[in-house]
Design a protein around this ligand. Structure first.
Ligand SMILES: [Zn+2]
Length: 321
């Protein structure tokens, strides 16, 4: 049922040469980034770095340690035979009351304190806002340092498109590829080094869920999106519990942050009004946004999960032996 993850070389696409595409999208080794965790080379030219730091042995090393993910390239929950769950955090947009980099810094601190690993799906456009060395050099340095620390601390970064187009499943193949490619380029610029993204999260869940009716628009869009995602070597990664969807946890204007946190925590630990659909279970993939669960709420989520015997791991680790 499962296959070893080996990013296939994508075919030439849409005016991009195959070589350029390989540099830009999934298919790059992260082995060099992990080769020496104490010294992370920084380059202003990620493309040059990629070529210079990809000796054959690091690629072999990465493949050896590659995670095992479903052959369907579609993930909604992990296996049910282990008490593991994955907390995923999306977007990393900044708001007047919450700065994305402050939130990321807080996540990294919680990760260390509670030996927890997150799966992070930043929007490419937001990474560009965070990493703008010409206009905001200090913030750019901080962004690079935090996102690199996320990787070296063992968290996983995935692709959430460049523009967060919530109609992505309705777009032409070329445009979908471009969205994924551009997000990866933004991440590469920010890190100063390429990083292999294996996971893709559809914005707003567009085309995210299959159903049993092959003639339905939903199913057609799902299949269309999946064919592009698979082609590029990504795994479409949905969720089983959402912090702000319509199942009893919509953001209600006027509510305090603590009240919103509480509503989400109640849903995940107790279900909502007898509906246990989104209640935590083995293999749960939990969706969080920085503006829908505060860092305090996140700490309560982690400790609550630990109290119930769950380990909080990255999405690929859900599938590890
Ligand atoms: Zn999103």
């Amino acid at each position: 049922m499962y296959t070893t993850l080996r990013p296939e070389a994508p075919t030439a696409v849409d005016g991009m040469s195959r070589r350029r595409f390989l540099i830009g999208a999934a298919g790059f080794t992260v082995g060099s980034l992990f080769a020496d965790r104490s010294v992370l080379p920084v380059s202003a030219d990620p493309v040059t770095t990629a070529r210079a730091t990809e000796p054959a042995d690091t690629l072999a090393h990465e493949l050896q340690a590659a995670p095992v993910l479903p052959s369907s390239h579609f993930i909604r929950t992990g296996p049910s035979n282990r008490q593991r769950v994955a907390i995923t955090v999306d977007d990393f947009s900044s708001f007047p009351h919450i700065d994305a980099l402050d939130y990321l810094e807080g996540l990294l601190a919680l990760g260390k304190e509670y030996r927890t690993h997150f799966t992070l799906f930043p929007i490419g456009q937001e990474l560009d806002r965070q990493y703008d060395p010409r206009n905001h050099p200090k913030r750019a340095r901080r962004a690079r340092s935090l996102w690199r620390a996320a990787i070296t601390d063992g968290h996983v970064i995935g692709n959430h498109t460049w523009s967060h187009d919530e109609q992505i499943a309705t777009r032409h193949r070329a445009r979908i590829r471009r969205e994924l490619y551009d997000q990866h380029q933004s991440l590469t610029r920010l890190l100063g080094q390429p990083y292999t993204e294996h996971l893709f999260r559809p914005p707003g869940g567009s085309g995210g869920f299959p159903n049993d009716d092959p003639t339905s628009t939903n199913e057609i869009q799902y299949k269309h999106l999946m064919s592009v995602v698979k082609d590029l070597g990504y795994w479409s990664t949905m969720w089983s519990t959402d912090s702000n969807d319509a199942h009893g946890n919509m953001v209600i204007p006027g509510d305090t942050v603590a009240e919103e946190d509480q509503r989400f925590l109640h849903k995940i630990f107790h279900g909502v009004n007898g509906n246990t659909y989104e209640k935590v279970h083995n293999g749960s993939i939990i969706l969080v946004h920085p503006n829908t669960l505060s860092l305090n709420g996140m700490e309560k989520l982690i400790t609550g999960l630990h109290d119930r015997g769950y380990r909080c791991v990255t999405v690929p680790r859900l599938f590890a032996k």
